[in-house]
Design a protein around this ligand. Structure first.
Ligand SMILES: [Zn+2]
Ligand SMILES: [Zn+2]
Length: 327
């Protein structure tokens, strides 16, 4: 925060004995009307337009109040000018606080009602879906019943993707365009925003110095705004490995020799990702059919026609294979 010093001015005080008003905090240590000493705790800030500047006044610190007669004395004084008491045990005069005017409130943005409602509804929907989903999962995991199960079939599948380089169209910011890209064409687009200073917001405050004067200070805080940052958005073509075809192998018996498919690579081809699946089909005692993917080892251990006690999810009727036990 920046502070601009706008000058030093006299605090004012009113004499409680003779009624003299707007006496000067620095110059009138005693009432010019009746000679009563100034009461440091009765000082106040002058009204707007009645400020009296203090020129070349050395600041020694806040006044001290004479412990014997309550007269405020400059901190530089060793003895009270009013009654002669020593000032070394005197307490500092209390400072007048000024309530700071509140900063001007930023103009409220007229929020479009429709948008607000849409955002609210959107959030509501997300929450509802999420809530429903979470509830479903909890039920699926924890709400289970025991059921008799017979293994009715098996199937397995293994596949290998075959890839070939092919031209693909992509978009990226200029600095992220890969080497070897062709047909690059860029245009200006907003990439992000940045915070920049837009100006400052200043408040004038008055600070009691405690010696019958106060400082007027302009306190300024920078204000900011968001500014768009532009970049070059480019579209281009680049050669990338793409899946051209998938070689598969599979069967329906635990007696099969399970192997990866034979891949014959053509010119410019290479092997890509591999995947495998082992599915067991089963029939519940109530006649419902179902199936479940599992590990190869578990798949092979569930022989056709074997019966088990399983924990079956009530919703969806899925079977938890980890919970199978022999009957
Ligand atoms: Zn007086
Ligand atoms: Zn005194």
């Amino acid at each position: 925060m920046r502070e601009d010093h706008l000058g030093r001015f006299q605090m004012l005080w009113d004499c409680p004995f003779c009624g003299s008003e707007k006496l000067l905090g620095l110059d009138h240590r005693h009432c010019p009307g009746c000679g009563s000493p100034q009461a440091a705790d009765k000082r106040y800030y002058p009204p707007e337009g009645e400020e009296i500047a203090v020129e070349d006044h050395p600041f020694h610190g806040a006044d001290r109040v004479c412990p014997a007669c309550q007269t405020p004395m400059s901190k530089a004084a060793d003895f009270c000018g009013s009654c002669g008491s020593p000032m070394d045990e005197a307490a500092a005069a209390k400072l007048k606080a000024e309530a700071r005017p509140a900063l001007p409130a930023p103009a409220p943005e007229p929020a479009p009602k429709k948008k607000g409602l849409a955002a609210f509804l959107g959030l509501g929907c997300v929450l509802t879906v999420f809530g429903a989903l979470a509830l479903f999962c909890l039920v699926a995991v924890f709400w289970k019943k025991e059921a008799g199960v017979t293994v009715t079939g098996h199937s397995w599948a293994r596949s290998i993707a075959v890839e070939q380089q092919a031209k693909v169209s992509e978009k990226a910011w200029k600095e992220d365009v890969p080497a070897g890209a062709s047909g690059v064409s860029c245009s200006k687009e907003q990439k992000s925003t940045k915070r920049v200073q837009s100006g400052e917001e200043c408040t004038t405050v008055r600070k009691d110095k405690g010696d019958g004067t106060y400082d007027k200070v302009n306190e300024c805080k920078p204000t900011y705004k968001e500014e768009p940052v532009y970049g070059e958005r480019c579209s281009y073509s680049v050669m990338k490995w793409q899946t051209r075809r998938t070689e598969t192998a599979g069967g329906t018996s635990t007696g099969d020799t399970i192997a990866w498919p034979v891949v014959r690579l053509g010119a410019g081809e290479r092997e890509g990702a591999r995947s495998e699946d082992y599915t067991v089909r089963f029939r519940l005692d109530d006649g419902k059919d179902g199936s479940c993917s599992t590990t190869q080892q578990r798949w092979a251990s569930l022989s056709p026609g074997s019966t088990w006690t399983a924990k079956v999810s009530v919703i969806g009727g899925g079977i938890d294979f980890e919970a199978l036990s022999p009957r």
